[in-house]
Ligand binder design. Structure first.
Ligand code: NAD
Length: 424
């Protein structure tokens, strides 16, 4: 479950457009297709009433944005946070388009969000809010058209309520309308861990590429929710020394290495990583600047920016979160020789196993966890190799991994658009 999010004055949609424009200059896009890609295909804003526990009725605002359908039905998570804005949802939807294209999945990009602080809502208020929001966006949602998934502040229970609500309206169960569901109602083995497992795979690939040993490498992870906690645990199991982790209440640091299963237990009991064992306290800002080999931002946008990029000491950054690094910070990091595995590649493990869950749901035929992890590993390695290839093809331009990943994603969406043609 999410902690309260604070997004300072910064616009994620402007950032997404700047990243797109930067990569587009290396592609020979037709003017009309370039413009098409800079516009979300459709956006829905909904205001809806929710019955609260004290018998009052509150009005909430939510969004669902489809950025592109060129490569297939749209896919993207739903975020519950008081910081949600339409521009944030637009940016996250566009990032999904490039992410699924980089992983070569047959999807387009979407995202949803509701302005709320889920920590301040009771279980029944959350259920009421979710069922009503699901009904409002059911105009756009379907197993063939748009398939939501969890993001910050939502999880398997939220997906179960959405699946049930949609199914009640149809008169029969439609498990493939959302992914990230509990296993008992058609979820996929391995989905809960998938984003963190993907982070591990690309961290390993990047370490190999940089001739750096993952075993023994020191790691700091910002954010200790689904993505951060699983990434920290799997990196530690792979032999890395996770020295610092954090959540919205602050962080902890032990240069000798933290006992991550112990930290997970501590967070379960107390609601935060803060106060674990004998670890020293660090702020989220300090954590990013620790002298570590690998940094995994896994919380939210705009964490590595112009102000702190000059002080980041990690040689490798693996972006578990979406949009954690601003374009200004990217320029500084590249200049300083820091290798950044961008979000649209590094955190694609979640949507990859969501794809497997969707396929299993459509076929009512379920795979073993081994099979899922094997296929996930294969797709993540292939995507990493494809992006490195593009980076090498553009050696003379000196592009970074983010630009290479964008070039790959945008060119795949461009090819699909050209092949389909402009209707009518
Ligand atoms: P989550 O709600 O499970 O966890 C979020 C974590 O971030 C919590 O530990 C929270 O305390 C922490 N956090 C919140 N505000 C913070 C702040 N200001 N400073 C430091 N930590 C803060 O969410 P999640 O699903 O783990 O998502 C985290 C990020 O990963 C988001 O950017 C999300 O879009 C991205 N992502 C998630 C998935 C997925 O499958 N869940 C897939 C791809 C990308």
């Amino acid at each position: 479950m999410v902690e309260e999010l604070v997004i300072e004055s910064y616009n994620p949609w402007e950032m997404a457009l700047a990243q797109f424009d930067h990569a587009a200059q290396y592609l020979d896009l037709k003017a009309g297709i370039y413009e098409m890609m800079r516009h979300p295909k459709r956006e829905l804003t909904v205001s809806f009433p929710v019955q609260m526990d004290d018998d009052s009725v509150e009005i909430f605002t939510g969004y669902r944005v489809h950025h592109s359908t060129a490569r297939g039905p749209t896919k993207g998570g739903i975020r519950y946070s008081s910081g949600v804005t339409l521009d944030e949802v637009r940016a996250l939807a566009m990032w999904m388009t490039w992410k699924v294209a980089v992983a070569n999945l047959p999807f387009g990009g979407a995202k949803g969000g509701v302005i709320c602080n889920p920590k301040e809502l009771s279980e029944s208020e959350l259920e009421n809010l979710t069922r009503r929001y699901a009904t409002e966006i059911s105009l756009l949602m379907s197993p063939e058209g748009d398939i939501p998934a969890p993001d910050m502040g939502t999880g398997p229970q939220t997906m179960a309520w959405i699946m049930d609500t949609y199914s009640m309206h149809r008169g029969h169960s439609e498990p493939a309308v959302v992914t990230g569901k509990p296993i008992e109602i058609g979820g996929s083995l391995g989905r809960l861990e998938a984003t963190g497992r993907g982070v591990l795979v690309v961290a390993q690939e990047a370490a190999d590429y940089l001739d750096m040993a993952l075993a023994g490498a020191s790691v700091a992870v910002q954010g200790f929710g689904n993505v951060g906690s699983v990434s920290a645990r799997l990196l530690q199991e792979a032999g890395a020394r996770v020295v610092a982790v954090s959540d919205s209440r602050g962080g902890i640091n032990d240069p000798g290495g933290l006992d991550i299963p112990g930290v997970i237990q501590h967070k379960k009991e107390t609601g935060s990583v803060v106060g674990f064992g004998n670890a020293e306290g660090v702020t989220n800002a300090e954590l990013l600047e620790l002298p570590v080999d690998i940094l995994a931002p896994a919380a939210m946008e705009n964490q590595i920016n112009e102000a702190n990029a000059p002080y980041i000491q990690a040689k490798l950054i693996v972006e578990g979160a979406n949009g954690p690094t601003t374009p200004e910070a990217d320029a500084v990091l590249t200049e300083r020789g820091c290798f950044v595995v961008p979000d649209i590649l590094a955190n694609a493990g979640g949507v990859t196993v969501s794809y497997f869950e969707w396929v299993q749901g459509l076929q009512y035929f379920f795979w073993s966890e081994n099979e899922i992890n094997k296929q996930l590993h294969q797709i993540m390695c292939q995507s990493f190799a494809d992006v490195v290839d593009i980076m090498h093809q553009h050696e003379a331009d000196g592009i970074d991994m983010r630009t290479a990943a964008y070039i790959l994603g945008i060119s795949r969406v461009n090819q699909a658009t050209l092949l389909r043609g402009i209707y009518p």
